[in-house]
Write a new protein. Structure first.
Length: 369
């Protein structure tokens, strides 16, 4: 599917609905501090956000393959189960979709230096695209971040700032640095431009499933900040509006039981922060900035939100490697573990088709001496 360029858009707060002119320097509503979204004057596939592989700063992101998980489908007793291998992106995670678009916007508008905070994958991705176009990047990370991810960030020439404390504390320190030094906050969780890049995942599904027997009835996501789930939802809604898609798949949010704020909010249960760390570090986000938008995406598509145990994450991680030949990050294994629970609970039926994104490669979480 061809993507077209359309710059007739505005920024809109999803909390108070105020509209603002396009501005790449802001990352939250000036009135209520809520999340900003990009809206267009008319529905259009791709809209202004959709970079192409020949655009400024592209590293060849997107167009990731889809494979069948035949053993898993048979074991779970579902019609079909597919995985979209997002580790085929340039820095080996889905974050490249958003980074490509955000960094392109920053470069086009004269940015020479920015700040990002990340558990690892987004930091590595933004560092790579920054180096591509000659922008200086400051990446704030937890002092407990994976050594392999830190090495990747460092290899792109970014300046790493290690912060002690929670993921929320890392974000606070990054914002403080932004204000103190009057820099651009290129946040993968807050920037509406980063979020727009995620929509390309949805557009690709149309081509991915042309020769396959059934478009997915369900898409099951591992969720931290929720950028992929939200971006896919936005892209699917565009496709529906233009008649390119006939039926809306159900979108499901999967989080580790140790850190599941969205699951608790969706199910109206109490959220208690655990003192233990989850192996699914990419989903270890205590307070997603776009919480309400994640919930909207789930509810709009009649999806669900469930938590999975550390044992189930590890079992699925091992199953992907040993039975399907896919070496994924533990965070990616959340989606497979969640799929099994959704099948067991009857949410996913035997006749259904399911898609999971493999959001990052297993090499991302191997410790280096």
């Amino acid at each position: 599917m061809d993507l077209v360029l359309d710059e007739n858009y505005f920024l809109k707060c999803i909390e108070c609905n105020i509209r603002m002119d396009p501005d790449f320097t802001i990352y939250s509503c000036k009135v209520c501090n809520g999340p900003l979204d990009i809206e267009y004057s008319h529905p259009v596939i791709g809209s202004f956000n959709s970079y192409n592989r020949e655009s400024l700063g592209s590293l060849g992101e997107g167009q990731t393959p889809i494979v069948q998980l035949s053993k898993s489908a048979s074991q779970f007793r579902v019609h079909s189960l597919y995985a979209k291998l997002e580790y085929f992106n340039p820095t080996a995670s889905f974050k490249d979709r958003g980074s490509a678009r955000l960094v392109q916007i920053l470069k086009e508008n004269g940015c020479v230096e920015f700040v990002e905070d990340s558990s690892g994958n987004a930091g590595a991705s933004l560092a790579a695209y920054a180096s591509r176009v000659g922008i200086k990047a400051h990446i704030f990370v937890s002092e407990n971040a994976s050594k392999s991810k830190l090495l990747q960030i460092q290899s792109y020439g970014a300046i790493i700032h290690k912060i002690s404390g929670s993921r929320s504390q890392v974000e606070r320190e990054a914002l403080s640095f932004v204000k103190k030094n009057n820099l651009i906050y290129a946040s993968h969780s807050r920037s509406p431009y980063f979020l727009e890049g995620m929509k390309t995942f949805s557009y690709e599904l149309i081509n991915n499933f042309i020769n396959l027997d059934k478009f997915p009835d369900h898409i099951v996501f591992p969720v931290g900040n929720g950028s992929l789930l939200i971006g896919v939802w936005k892209g699917l809604e565009e496709l529906l509006a233009l008649g390119e898609l006939k039926k809306r798949p159900k979108l499901h949010c999967i989080q580790p039981e140790l850190v599941m704020p969205v699951v608790n909010k969706f199910n109206n249960t109490e959220y208690i922060v655990s003192a233990n760390e989850t192996i699914a570090s990419g989903a270890s986000v205590e307070k997603p900035f776009r919480m309400n938008q994640i919930l909207d995406a789930i509810r709009c598509t009649d999806g669900g939100a469930i938590g999975v145990s550390e044992k189930d994450i590890l079992d699925s991680y091992t199953h992907l490697s040993q039975d399907e030949g896919i070496f994924a990050e533990p965070t990616s294994a959340l989606a497979l573990a969640g799929t099994k629970l959704l099948v067991d609970s009857g949410v996913i039926k035997a006749a259904d088709s399911v898609l999971i994104p493999i959001t990052g490669i297993g090499l991302k979480q191997i410790e280096i001496d």
